[in-house]
Each structure stands twice: as C-alpha cells, then as structure tokens.
Design a binder for this molecule. Structure first.
Ligand code: NAD
Ligand code: MN
Length: 358
C-alpha cells in the first residue's frame, strides 16, 4: 500500500486547531479509501518556537521536509512578533527556496453558503486565481538606510524576470485551457507601472499564441475589483502578480462567503520540491483557542493536496463531503453566521466521508 508522507506545520494562532482537524480528516479519508495511507510528521515551528530559539524554524528545517510528498501548513503570525519576521521566517522561507512559484486559489460559493453579493448564486462565481508566488513585489529586494534619522529612506523593489513571468503565464494559460470555459483574465497595472508591468503584458501576449483555444483578456487591477463585484460571471481563470493576487484573492474569499473557507496550493509544478497546501486565512488571534475556527479552508486545501498526489477519487470524495456539510446550516461556524464548533464540522465531514456514496 502506498504511504504518503505529509509534513504538517500548524504554525500560530488557529493554525493548530485547523491543521489537527485537517489531519484527522485525511486519516479518516485514507481509511475509507483503503488503498493508501497517510503518515503525518508534525513540526512545531512558528511564533512559540521563535520565542525559545530566536528563529521561526530550525536552520536545517527545509532539509527535514524536503523529501515529504506534501506540506500542510496552518498560519504564520504571532501577536508578540512583527508580521514580517513570522512571514519571512517561516512561510516564505519554505515557498521561495522550494520554488513554489504557482499559488493557486480556487473560489466558489459552496452549497449552503451565502455570498455577500446580492443575487449571485453558486454557479455564477467559479474562479481560480493564479498568483505569481516567487518574485515580483515580494522578491524581498530593497533596504533601509539612515534608520531612525530624519533622512531615513526605504525601498521595496519589485523584481520581475522574463523566466518568472513566462512560467506563471504558461501555467495560467494551461490551467485555463483545462477548465470548461477556457477563459483567462490577465491582471495588470501597466498604465502606472510602466516597466515591469509592460513586460508582463508583452509576455502574456507571446504566451497566449501557444494557446489559441483559450480566450483571454487584460484588466487593470483597480478595475478588476469592480468587475469581481459587479460581473462575477464574466471571470473564470485569473492570473496576477504576487501583490495584486494577494489582495484580489482575499476579496474573492470574502465574496465567496468567508475567509474561513478559502483554500490555496503553493505548487512547485516540476515537483523538484514538495508543494505546500494551506487555508488562505491567517492566525485569527480574535478567535484563537475558542474552538470556533472554520476548518473548511483546511479541508478544501487537503482536496488540492490529494489532487496533487494523484488521488483524484479521494479528492472528489472529500470535496463532496465538504459540500454536504456546508449545505447543512447546523454545521456553520460563527464566521458563517452559525453556532457550530471546529470539532462539530470535523466530525460531520468525517461522517460524510464514511457515509458518502461509495
Ligand atoms: P486573519 O485571516 O487571521 O483574520 C481575519 C479575520 O477573519 C478575523 O476576524 C478572523 O477571526 C477571521 N477568520 C480567519 N480565519 C478564520 C477561520 N478559519 N474561521 C473563522 N474566522 C476566521 O487575518 P489578520 O487578522 O489580518 O492576520 C492575523 C495574523 O495572521 C497576522 O499575524 C498575519 O500576519 C497572519 N497571517 C498569516 C497568513 C499566512 O500564514 N498565510 C495569512 C494571513 C495572515
Ligand atoms: Mn494574503
């Protein structure tokens, strides 16, 4: 029997609560499927680890997870530690060296979930946002001089490479091609950002020629926020830079009902390194320890993990279980306006896995 090695990194805040729920569900699913097993190694990296060791993960941390089949990640972000330290010390310290350059974020309104968009039904919002995840505005290029003096200056330089833009465009066109509508929107800001974003547009045009069956259009990022709200039906696959997609995907998650539901995959498509799967949300300090974190984002991320491992049938079974549970308001956590607890939702999904049409 095939055993998949999963590295679980709960991280901070509600990360621990949703990842333990996710691991429970994966184990139940493996048992139900019967033809594969899941061996989970859990790593206690994050804010508390930082307080003891002065760093978010050990110096050889990546070597400890390099040979796992996939990584399931919770959240990095601790109330006592600056966010740029936790983010760069853990999440980006994994994403960037493991070259997880394609960040994929499906957005749908699941059964039973109400979108804040008036009159928009489930099937009218079905998007996949592809976020460039390795360079651009988050390349980490920049610095500060004259710190603390009146003449202090600081820069964050966006770094776009032809290779980096080409590979994300090709990934996005290929993904768009695999979806029924074969429709791609390339988000840009080439009116104001007249160097890198102009190159971004040029490369989109070049790569588009390889995909004659994909219909594509170009959209300035500010206008894109309006289109997402006013005409959600006109969008399908979307590709955007690291910063633009970061912002647009939080908007997308909110339009689909809650940040607590939205999943994401940080893919290394060449599979040289493990890929990482995580809910979009952060540590949610306001609800940490209360037992009411919505675990659906982590479960949906686990669906993406299973798909990446090639376990398509198991992925479908888990997604069906998730949709059965969101369709029942008794299992809505407070972020969805309900009273359910994390453990209630987890138990219901496991029941659905076991009861679901075999
Ligand atoms: P957040 O996502 O943690 O929370 C935003 C709001 O959404 C909060 O009101 C929270 O209670 C709610 N929420 C989020 N996830 C939920 C869930 N699963 N169930 C129910 N409600 C949920 O964003 P924030 O408050 O801006 O950030 C808090 C910390 O998390 C910061 O330190 C930030 O840097 C970090 N963060 C980390 C990641 C990551 O590791 N990928 C992502 C975003 C934020
Ligand atoms: Mn974000």
């Amino acid at each position: 029997m095939k055993t998949y090695k999963i590295a679980a990194i709960p991280g901070d805040g509600i990360g621990g609560e949703v990842i333990s729920a996710g691991v429970e569900v994966l184990q139940a699913l493996a048992k139900r499927e019967g033809h594969f097993a899941v061996a989970v190694d859990t790593f206690d990296w994050g804010g508390e680890y930082y307080k003891t060791h002065g760093r978010m993960m050990p110096a050889n941390g990546r070597d400890l997870i390099r040979h796992h089949d996939a990584i399931l990640f919770g959240s990095a972000g601790h109330p006592d530690i600056p966010d740029h330290v936790t983010l760069w010390g853990l999440r980006l310290a994994i994403c960037q060296p493991f070259d997880q350059y394609a960040n994929v974020r499906p957005t749908r309104i699941l059964p039973g979930i109400t979108s804040p968009l008036r009159g928009v039904e489930g099937n009218e919002l079905d998007w996949v946002i592809v976020r460039e995840n390795s360079e651009g505005e988050y390349a980490g290029v920049g610095g500060r001089v004259h710190q603390g003096l009146p003449i202090e200056a600081a820069t964050d330089v966006s770094m776009f490479t032809r290779a980096g833009v080409e590979r994300i465009m090709r990934f996005a066109f290929r993904l768009a091609q695999s979806r029924p509508r074969k429709l791609l929107t390339v988000v840009t800001k080439s009116n104001a950002q007249r160097h890198a974003m102009v190159m971004w547009d040029e490369i989109a045009t070049t790569v588009a020629a390889e995909f004659p069956d994909v219909t594509w259009d170009k959209m300035l990022v500010d206008a894109m926020t309006v289109r997402m709200v006013m005409k959600p039906q006109t969008l399908d696959t979307i590709v955007a830079t690291n910063l633009h997609a970061d912002i647009l995907s939080d908007l997308a998650a909110a339009l689909a009902g809650s940040l607590g539901i939205a999943p994401t995959a940080n893919l290394n498509p060449e599979r040289t390194f493990p890929s990482m799967f995580e809910p979009i949300h952060g540590s949610a300090f306001d609800i940490t320890g209360k037992g009411i974190a919505n675990p659906i984002g982590t479960f949906w991320s686990s669906v993406m993990l299973l798909d990446h491992l090639g376990e398509a049938a198991a992925a479908r079974r888990l997604m069906a279980a998730i949709e059965r549970v969101t369709g029942d308001a008794r299992f809505h956590t407070p972020d969805l306006g309900g009273h359910a607890r994390t453990t209630d939702v987890t138990a219901a999904v496991i029941d659905a896995i076991n009861g679901a049409n075999s």
